[in-house]
Design a protein around this ligand. Structure first.
Ligand SMILES: [Zn+2]
Length: 379
């Protein structure tokens, strides 16, 4: 860790203070030294006080591990999670409780969301897109879900993921129907969940289109009717579709799942997730029990997929992100501080889905009371 005595706070940590918005070109000066305290993990830590709002803080306020007692290797965590280790197995390996593992995954997911947001300002994607819903479940088989993934056709880079909880459908025994009727009284998923989720995915297509600066973009999906409805639900997306700038094309989900299939990128991700993320392996006994935690794990997994894994067919060892045209120098620079400098919600531009993941806003079926949200994630 860098010498804490040389530390200059970059801005006031209070999002309600005018001094919160300083950047590199406009350094923060309205603070004073405010003593120090000693911790076992970090030694002596200097304190500061904002002269504008009176908030006190320390160097740790600006670090990822700012209140954890132990520094942890988040890359190692991402790799374990993405190599089909269960939370319990990760806990055993790291000698911490499962709850503590999930807590770190949540923090890592927020770091990743901010990292991706910073990088997206320098990306120039030049590819078409494919999207499909990854089918899994949370809490019980009575609550299937679709995790919509927006994937680059050439790069298999995942630009967006969004979550929709569904009502169980299909063949059921009489007893299962009875059980579902009872559960419906406690929690009934939104019948338009897929359409609404896909509306957000369509919004993400538009930013890929504008970042790439191309005249038009094709989005491939299967023939599910919720998809055109989702696009129509977004005023911007449907306007661009009218102008022929966003072209939505469909292909039957029964078509052979080969490389030539325009949905190959989505099918490929489906297979990878099924093999790499423990909770989504078929017939697993270990499944998600909290929608927000499930999306935090997915976010960290997709980071691993996008930035750490090598692209399937390229011999040059490039990551999916590099194939998608993200700036390599920018990426290296951001990687250097990814697990060190704490990400701030107030200072991060997020998609709607990103906001829901960061703030843990999604509802988990059958959970009655709004769960306790840690205050620090809201800063
Ligand atoms: Zn302040």
């Amino acid at each position: 860790m860098e010498d804490m005595n040389d530390f200059k706070p970059p801005f006031c940590p209070n999002p309600g203070c005018a001094e919160h918005w300083h950047g590199n070109s406009d350094p923060y000066e309205a603070y004073q030294s405010w003593g120090s305290f000693t911790t076992r993990a970090f030694g002596e830590v200097s304190r500061f006080r904002c002269k504008a709002c009176g908030r006190t803080f320390s160097v740790q306020t600006f670090q990822v591990n700012y209140w954890l007692k132990r520094v942890h290797d988040y890359d190692d965590l991402a790799e374990r999670l993405s190599s089909c280790s269960s939370i319990r197995a990760i806990g055993r390996a790291l000698k911490v409780a499962g709850k503590s593992v999930q807590n770190r995954i949540g923090r890592a997911a927020r770091q990743v969301l901010a990292f991706e947001s910073r990088l997206s300002s320098s990306r120039k994607p030049a590819e078409d897109l494919a999207s499909d819903g990854f089918e899994s479940f949370c809490v019980s088989q009575f609550y299937p879900n679709n995790i919509h993934l927006l994937v680059g056709s050439a790069s298999q880079f995942v630009y967006e993921c969004d979550h929709a909880t569904l009502r169980r459908k299909g063949r059921m025994t009489v007893a299962q129907r009875g059980r579902r009727a009872k559960l419906d009284l406690l929690f009934r998923p939104d019948p338009r969940a897929v359409e609404k989720s896909f509306c957000r995915v369509a919004g993400a297509c538009l930013s890929v289109l504008s970042d790439g600066g191309r005249p038009s973009l094709t989005l491939w999906t299967d023939e599910k009717l919720d998809y055109p409805r989702g696009i129509a639900r977004s005023a911007c997306a449907s306007a661009l579709r009218e102008q022929g700038r966003l072209v939505h094309r469909t292909v039957s989900s029964r078509k052979a799942r080969t490389l030539a299939n325009p949905l190959f990128p989505a099918n490929y991700l489906d297979r990878e997730i099924r093999k790499d993320l423990h909770e989504h392996v078929r017939e697993t006994v270990c499944f998600g029990r909290d929608v927000n935690a499930q999306m935090e794990r997915m976010t960290l997994y997709l980071f691993y997929h996008n930035y750490r894994k090598r692209h399937r067919t390229r011999g040059d060892g490039r990551s999916h992100a590099e194939v998608a045209g993200l700036d390599s120098d920018e990426m290296r620079k951001e990687m250097g501080t990814l697990w060190r400098e704490r990400a701030w919600y107030s200072r991060t531009v997020l998609t709607e889905s990103g906001q829901e993941t960061w703030m843990r806003l999604r509802r988990t079926p059958l959970r009655k009371i709004a769960e306790y949200r840690q205050l620090h994630i809201a800063a």
